[in-house]
Write a protein that binds this ligand. Structure first.
Ligand SMILES: O=P(O)(O)O[C@@H]1C[C@H](O)[C@@H](CO)O1
Length: 333
Protein backbone atom coordinates (compact mmCIF):
# COMPACT_ATOMS: atom_id res chain seq x y z
CA UNK A 1 0.00 0.00 0.00
CA UNK A 2 1.45 3.41 -0.93
CA UNK A 3 0.88 6.70 0.88
CA UNK A 4 -1.87 7.62 -1.62
CA UNK A 5 -3.78 4.45 -0.78
CA UNK A 6 -2.94 2.59 -3.99
CA UNK A 7 -2.22 -1.05 -3.60
CA UNK A 8 0.32 -2.11 -6.21
CA UNK A 9 0.59 -5.82 -6.72
CA UNK A 10 4.05 -7.15 -7.57
CA UNK A 11 3.06 -10.75 -8.14
CA UNK A 12 5.72 -12.18 -5.85
CA UNK A 13 4.82 -15.18 -3.79
CA UNK A 14 1.76 -16.18 -5.80
CA UNK A 15 1.44 -19.85 -6.57
CA UNK A 16 -1.87 -20.57 -8.19
CA UNK A 17 -3.35 -22.64 -10.97
CA UNK A 18 0.00 -23.68 -12.36
CA UNK A 19 1.61 -20.24 -12.35
CA UNK A 20 5.16 -19.60 -11.23
CA UNK A 21 5.59 -17.68 -8.01
CA UNK A 22 6.51 -14.60 -10.07
CA UNK A 23 3.02 -14.62 -11.49
CA UNK A 24 3.85 -15.97 -14.97
CA UNK A 25 2.00 -18.90 -16.43
CA UNK A 26 3.67 -22.28 -16.46
CA UNK A 27 1.18 -23.96 -18.74
CA UNK A 28 3.62 -24.86 -21.46
CA UNK A 29 6.05 -22.90 -23.57
CA UNK A 30 3.23 -21.31 -25.52
CA UNK A 31 1.65 -19.63 -22.51
CA UNK A 32 -1.72 -21.23 -23.08
CA UNK A 33 -1.92 -20.33 -26.78
CA UNK A 34 -3.57 -22.47 -29.44
CA UNK A 35 -1.77 -22.84 -32.71
CA UNK A 36 -4.07 -23.05 -35.71
CA UNK A 37 -3.57 -24.35 -39.18
CA UNK A 38 -2.11 -21.08 -40.49
CA UNK A 39 0.39 -20.91 -37.63
CA UNK A 40 -1.54 -17.99 -36.18
CA UNK A 41 -2.03 -18.23 -32.45
CA UNK A 42 -4.80 -17.45 -30.02
CA UNK A 43 -5.19 -17.83 -26.26
CA UNK A 44 -7.37 -20.75 -25.27
CA UNK A 45 -10.47 -20.09 -23.18
CA UNK A 46 -8.81 -22.00 -20.34
CA UNK A 47 -5.65 -19.89 -20.44
CA UNK A 48 -7.65 -16.68 -20.24
CA UNK A 49 -9.78 -18.17 -17.49
CA UNK A 50 -6.57 -18.77 -15.55
CA UNK A 51 -5.59 -15.14 -16.11
CA UNK A 52 -8.98 -14.02 -14.84
CA UNK A 53 -8.78 -16.38 -11.84
CA UNK A 54 -5.38 -14.97 -10.96
CA UNK A 55 -6.79 -11.44 -10.97
CA UNK A 56 -9.96 -12.41 -9.09
CA UNK A 57 -7.75 -13.77 -6.36
CA UNK A 58 -6.05 -10.43 -5.75
CA UNK A 59 -8.72 -7.82 -6.48
CA UNK A 60 -11.48 -6.98 -4.02
CA UNK A 61 -14.18 -6.06 -6.55
CA UNK A 62 -16.06 -7.27 -9.64
CA UNK A 63 -15.55 -4.65 -12.34
CA UNK A 64 -18.64 -3.62 -14.26
CA UNK A 65 -17.06 -1.28 -16.80
CA UNK A 66 -13.76 -1.82 -18.60
CA UNK A 67 -12.02 1.37 -19.69
CA UNK A 68 -9.19 1.33 -22.21
CA UNK A 69 -7.14 4.46 -21.59
CA UNK A 70 -5.68 5.53 -24.92
CA UNK A 71 -2.97 8.09 -25.44
CA UNK A 72 -5.56 10.77 -24.78
CA UNK A 73 -6.73 9.38 -21.45
CA UNK A 74 -3.63 8.62 -19.46
CA UNK A 75 -1.99 5.64 -21.09
CA UNK A 76 1.33 7.23 -20.20
CA UNK A 77 3.07 7.75 -16.90
CA UNK A 78 2.16 11.22 -15.72
CA UNK A 79 0.25 12.70 -12.84
CA UNK A 80 -3.51 12.95 -12.69
CA UNK A 81 -4.62 10.26 -15.12
CA UNK A 82 -8.08 8.71 -15.02
CA UNK A 83 -6.71 5.53 -13.46
CA UNK A 84 -5.02 7.65 -10.77
CA UNK A 85 -8.38 9.15 -9.92
CA UNK A 86 -10.03 5.84 -9.02
CA UNK A 87 -11.00 5.23 -5.39
CA UNK A 88 -9.63 2.20 -3.55
CA UNK A 89 -7.21 1.37 -6.35
CA UNK A 90 -5.39 -1.88 -6.88
CA UNK A 91 -2.78 -1.60 -9.61
CA UNK A 92 -1.50 -4.77 -11.25
CA UNK A 93 1.42 -4.31 -13.68
CA UNK A 94 1.04 -6.26 -16.92
CA UNK A 95 4.38 -7.94 -16.31
CA UNK A 96 3.03 -9.93 -13.34
CA UNK A 97 -0.25 -10.97 -14.96
CA UNK A 98 -0.13 -14.47 -16.44
CA UNK A 99 -0.41 -14.44 -20.25
CA UNK A 100 -0.27 -10.62 -20.50
CA UNK A 101 2.29 -9.33 -22.98
CA UNK A 102 4.55 -6.51 -21.78
CA UNK A 103 3.82 -2.98 -22.93
CA UNK A 104 6.63 -1.83 -25.22
CA UNK A 105 5.69 1.76 -26.03
CA UNK A 106 8.21 4.15 -24.46
CA UNK A 107 6.72 5.69 -21.33
CA UNK A 108 3.58 3.58 -21.63
CA UNK A 109 2.29 2.67 -18.20
CA UNK A 110 1.30 -0.99 -18.67
CA UNK A 111 -1.00 -1.87 -15.78
CA UNK A 112 -4.55 -2.91 -15.02
CA UNK A 113 -5.97 -0.58 -12.39
CA UNK A 114 -9.04 -1.72 -10.47
CA UNK A 115 -11.08 0.66 -8.34
CA UNK A 116 -14.22 2.77 -8.13
CA UNK A 117 -15.18 5.59 -10.48
CA UNK A 118 -18.38 7.43 -9.54
CA UNK A 119 -18.86 4.61 -6.99
CA UNK A 120 -18.94 2.06 -9.82
CA UNK A 121 -16.40 -0.80 -9.84
CA UNK A 122 -14.23 -0.48 -12.96
CA UNK A 123 -11.01 -1.76 -14.45
CA UNK A 124 -8.78 0.59 -16.43
CA UNK A 125 -6.19 -0.54 -18.91
CA UNK A 126 -3.46 2.00 -18.35
CA UNK A 127 -1.81 1.57 -21.70
CA UNK A 128 -2.95 -0.77 -24.43
CA UNK A 129 -1.25 -3.13 -26.87
CA UNK A 130 -0.78 -1.94 -30.44
CA UNK A 131 -0.20 -3.86 -33.64
CA UNK A 132 2.87 -1.73 -34.38
CA UNK A 133 4.50 -3.10 -31.21
CA UNK A 134 4.70 -6.41 -33.03
CA UNK A 135 1.70 -8.09 -31.45
CA UNK A 136 -0.90 -9.81 -33.61
CA UNK A 137 -4.38 -8.34 -33.39
CA UNK A 138 -5.79 -11.16 -31.23
CA UNK A 139 -3.04 -10.50 -28.69
CA UNK A 140 -3.65 -6.74 -28.76
CA UNK A 141 -7.30 -7.42 -27.96
CA UNK A 142 -6.93 -10.27 -25.44
CA UNK A 143 -7.41 -8.06 -22.34
CA UNK A 144 -10.99 -7.49 -23.51
CA UNK A 145 -11.73 -11.20 -23.13
CA UNK A 146 -10.10 -11.17 -19.70
CA UNK A 147 -12.38 -8.26 -18.76
CA UNK A 148 -15.38 -10.27 -19.90
CA UNK A 149 -14.31 -13.21 -17.75
CA UNK A 150 -13.89 -10.86 -14.78
CA UNK A 151 -17.54 -9.79 -15.05
CA UNK A 152 -17.29 -6.61 -17.14
CA UNK A 153 -20.50 -5.86 -19.09
CA UNK A 154 -19.57 -2.55 -20.78
CA UNK A 155 -16.41 -1.53 -22.62
CA UNK A 156 -15.42 2.09 -22.92
CA UNK A 157 -12.62 2.29 -25.49
CA UNK A 158 -10.79 5.59 -25.90
CA UNK A 159 -8.13 6.64 -28.35
CA UNK A 160 -6.12 9.55 -29.63
CA UNK A 161 -6.75 10.14 -33.32
CA UNK A 162 -6.06 12.45 -36.20
CA UNK A 163 -9.07 14.44 -37.40
CA UNK A 164 -9.87 13.92 -41.09
CA UNK A 165 -13.20 15.67 -40.95
CA UNK A 166 -12.53 19.38 -41.57
CA UNK A 167 -15.11 20.33 -38.92
CA UNK A 168 -13.09 18.71 -36.16
CA UNK A 169 -10.66 20.79 -34.11
CA UNK A 170 -7.77 19.67 -31.94
CA UNK A 171 -9.13 18.86 -28.46
CA UNK A 172 -12.59 17.86 -29.77
CA UNK A 173 -14.17 14.52 -28.97
CA UNK A 174 -15.68 12.20 -31.58
CA UNK A 175 -18.05 9.52 -30.39
CA UNK A 176 -17.42 6.54 -32.62
CA UNK A 177 -20.68 5.64 -34.36
CA UNK A 178 -18.98 3.11 -36.63
CA UNK A 179 -15.57 1.97 -37.79
CA UNK A 180 -13.87 0.85 -40.96
CA UNK A 181 -11.79 -2.24 -40.28
CA UNK A 182 -9.10 -1.42 -42.79
CA UNK A 183 -6.79 -4.16 -41.58
CA UNK A 184 -9.72 -6.54 -42.04
CA UNK A 185 -9.84 -5.47 -45.71
CA UNK A 186 -6.40 -7.06 -45.96
CA UNK A 187 -7.55 -10.23 -44.20
CA UNK A 188 -6.25 -9.42 -40.72
CA UNK A 189 -8.84 -9.83 -37.97
CA UNK A 190 -8.57 -10.51 -34.21
CA UNK A 191 -11.15 -13.32 -34.48
CA UNK A 192 -9.16 -15.32 -37.01
CA UNK A 193 -8.33 -18.87 -36.07
CA UNK A 194 -10.37 -21.49 -34.24
CA UNK A 195 -13.54 -20.04 -32.71
CA UNK A 196 -14.49 -20.90 -29.14
CA UNK A 197 -18.27 -20.53 -28.79
CA UNK A 198 -17.82 -19.83 -25.10
CA UNK A 199 -16.59 -16.40 -26.16
CA UNK A 200 -19.00 -15.90 -29.02
CA UNK A 201 -20.25 -17.01 -32.44
CA UNK A 202 -18.08 -17.80 -35.45
CA UNK A 203 -19.70 -15.08 -37.56
CA UNK A 204 -20.66 -12.19 -35.29
CA UNK A 205 -22.63 -9.30 -36.78
CA UNK A 206 -20.89 -5.93 -36.58
CA UNK A 207 -23.62 -3.60 -37.89
CA UNK A 208 -24.49 -2.36 -34.40
CA UNK A 209 -21.07 -2.41 -32.84
CA UNK A 210 -21.50 0.87 -30.96
CA UNK A 211 -24.41 1.23 -28.57
CA UNK A 212 -26.75 3.99 -29.82
CA UNK A 213 -28.42 4.61 -26.49
CA UNK A 214 -25.10 5.05 -24.75
CA UNK A 215 -23.89 7.36 -27.51
CA UNK A 216 -26.97 9.56 -27.23
CA UNK A 217 -26.51 9.74 -23.48
CA UNK A 218 -22.81 10.55 -23.89
CA UNK A 219 -23.80 13.43 -26.16
CA UNK A 220 -26.18 14.77 -23.50
CA UNK A 221 -23.47 14.47 -20.87
CA UNK A 222 -21.01 16.33 -23.10
CA UNK A 223 -23.55 19.11 -23.59
CA UNK A 224 -24.12 19.35 -19.82
CA UNK A 225 -20.36 19.66 -19.34
CA UNK A 226 -20.27 22.57 -21.79
CA UNK A 227 -18.66 20.49 -24.53
CA UNK A 228 -21.53 21.01 -26.95
CA UNK A 229 -19.39 22.66 -29.64
CA UNK A 230 -16.64 20.08 -29.25
CA UNK A 231 -18.55 16.83 -29.56
CA UNK A 232 -19.09 14.94 -32.80
CA UNK A 233 -20.28 11.57 -34.02
CA UNK A 234 -18.31 9.88 -36.73
CA UNK A 235 -16.43 6.99 -38.27
CA UNK A 236 -13.04 5.84 -36.95
CA UNK A 237 -10.53 3.83 -38.88
CA UNK A 238 -7.36 2.14 -37.71
CA UNK A 239 -4.14 1.56 -39.61
CA UNK A 240 -1.34 -0.61 -38.29
CA UNK A 241 1.14 2.24 -37.70
CA UNK A 242 3.64 3.16 -36.39
CA UNK A 243 4.19 5.79 -39.07
CA UNK A 244 1.61 8.49 -39.46
CA UNK A 245 -0.18 8.49 -42.81
CA UNK A 246 0.86 9.99 -46.14
CA UNK A 247 -1.22 12.72 -47.71
CA UNK A 248 -2.47 10.31 -50.39
CA UNK A 249 -3.48 7.75 -47.75
CA UNK A 250 -5.38 10.36 -45.77
CA UNK A 251 -7.19 11.55 -48.88
CA UNK A 252 -8.14 7.96 -49.66
CA UNK A 253 -9.44 7.42 -46.11
CA UNK A 254 -11.59 10.52 -46.44
CA UNK A 255 -13.12 9.18 -49.64
CA UNK A 256 -13.83 5.91 -47.82
CA UNK A 257 -15.85 7.82 -45.22
CA UNK A 258 -13.52 7.98 -42.23
CA UNK A 259 -13.68 11.01 -39.92
CA UNK A 260 -10.77 10.06 -37.67
CA UNK A 261 -7.73 7.84 -38.08
CA UNK A 262 -5.74 6.07 -35.39
CA UNK A 263 -3.83 2.90 -34.58
CA UNK A 264 -6.07 0.98 -32.17
CA UNK A 265 -9.63 0.31 -30.93
CA UNK A 266 -11.16 -1.48 -33.94
CA UNK A 267 -9.81 -4.94 -33.04
CA UNK A 268 -10.71 -4.38 -29.37
CA UNK A 269 -14.28 -3.48 -30.28
CA UNK A 270 -14.64 -6.48 -32.61
CA UNK A 271 -13.44 -8.74 -29.79
CA UNK A 272 -15.78 -7.05 -27.31
CA UNK A 273 -18.84 -7.40 -29.53
CA UNK A 274 -17.94 -11.02 -30.23
CA UNK A 275 -18.27 -11.73 -26.48
CA UNK A 276 -21.36 -9.52 -26.20
CA UNK A 277 -20.00 -6.53 -24.31
CA UNK A 278 -21.86 -3.26 -24.78
CA UNK A 279 -19.46 -0.78 -26.36
CA UNK A 280 -18.97 2.97 -26.31
CA UNK A 281 -15.85 4.45 -27.90
CA UNK A 282 -14.54 7.91 -28.45
CA UNK A 283 -11.58 9.60 -30.12
CA UNK A 284 -9.80 12.62 -28.72
CA UNK A 285 -8.72 14.65 -31.74
CA UNK A 286 -5.05 15.31 -31.08
CA UNK A 287 -4.04 16.61 -34.49
CA UNK A 288 -5.55 17.66 -37.78
CA UNK A 289 -4.68 15.29 -40.59
CA UNK A 290 -2.58 16.91 -43.29
CA UNK A 291 -4.36 16.50 -46.61
CA UNK A 292 -2.38 18.93 -48.76
CA UNK A 293 1.24 18.95 -49.85
CA UNK A 294 1.86 22.61 -49.04
CA UNK A 295 1.40 22.33 -45.26
CA UNK A 296 4.73 22.25 -43.45
CA UNK A 297 3.37 20.82 -40.18
CA UNK A 298 3.78 17.12 -39.50
CA UNK A 299 1.94 14.78 -37.13
CA UNK A 300 4.02 13.80 -34.14
CA UNK A 301 3.59 11.72 -31.03
CA UNK A 302 4.55 14.51 -28.59
CA UNK A 303 1.65 16.62 -29.81
CA UNK A 304 -0.67 13.65 -29.30
CA UNK A 305 0.46 13.30 -25.68
CA UNK A 306 0.32 17.05 -25.01
CA UNK A 307 -3.27 17.35 -26.21
CA UNK A 308 -4.17 14.32 -24.07
CA UNK A 309 -2.75 16.00 -20.98
CA UNK A 310 -4.44 19.28 -21.87
CA UNK A 311 -7.86 17.60 -22.02
CA UNK A 312 -7.46 15.07 -19.23
CA UNK A 313 -9.51 16.90 -16.58
CA UNK A 314 -12.61 17.34 -18.73
CA UNK A 315 -12.28 13.85 -20.22
CA UNK A 316 -12.19 12.35 -16.75
CA UNK A 317 -15.38 14.17 -15.80
CA UNK A 318 -16.96 13.00 -19.05
CA UNK A 319 -16.00 9.36 -18.45
CA UNK A 320 -17.06 9.53 -14.78
CA UNK A 321 -20.55 10.65 -15.76
CA UNK A 322 -20.84 8.02 -18.49
CA UNK A 323 -19.89 5.29 -16.03
CA UNK A 324 -22.42 6.65 -13.53
CA UNK A 325 -25.12 6.55 -16.23
CA UNK A 326 -24.25 2.96 -17.16
CA UNK A 327 -24.55 1.82 -13.58
CA UNK A 328 -27.79 3.74 -12.89
CA UNK A 329 -29.51 2.60 -16.08
CA UNK A 330 -28.51 -1.03 -15.49
CA UNK A 331 -29.86 -0.88 -11.93
CA UNK A 332 -33.19 0.38 -13.23
CA UNK A 333 -33.68 -2.58 -15.58
O1 LIG B 1 -3.52 4.10 -28.04
P1 LIG B 1 -4.02 5.18 -28.93
O2 LIG B 1 -4.77 4.67 -30.09
O3 LIG B 1 -4.81 6.23 -28.16
O4 LIG B 1 -2.70 5.94 -29.45
C1 LIG B 1 -2.53 6.67 -30.65
C2 LIG B 1 -1.98 5.77 -31.71
C3 LIG B 1 -0.52 5.70 -31.37
O5 LIG B 1 -0.30 4.75 -30.36
C4 LIG B 1 -0.22 7.02 -30.84
C5 LIG B 1 0.36 7.91 -31.90
O6 LIG B 1 0.75 9.13 -31.34
O7 LIG B 1 -1.48 7.57 -30.41
Amino acid sequence: MTSNGTHTFNGNGVTKNGFHHNGKATNGEKNGCNENSTNEMSYSYEALQETADYLKNIIPLVPKVGIICGSGLGAYWHEGTLADALDQKTEVPYEVIPNFPPSTVKGHAGALVFGYLSDVPVVCMKGRFHYYEGYPLWKCAMPVRVMKLLGVTHLLATNAAGGLNPNYKVGDIMLVKDHINLMGFAGNNPLQGPNDERFGPRFPPMSQAYDRKLMNQAKKIANDLGLGGNIHEGVYTCLGGPNFETVAELRALKVLGADTVGMSTVHEVITARHCDLTVLAFSLITNECIVDYETQEMANHEEVLDVGKMRQVILQKFVGKIVDYISTSENQK
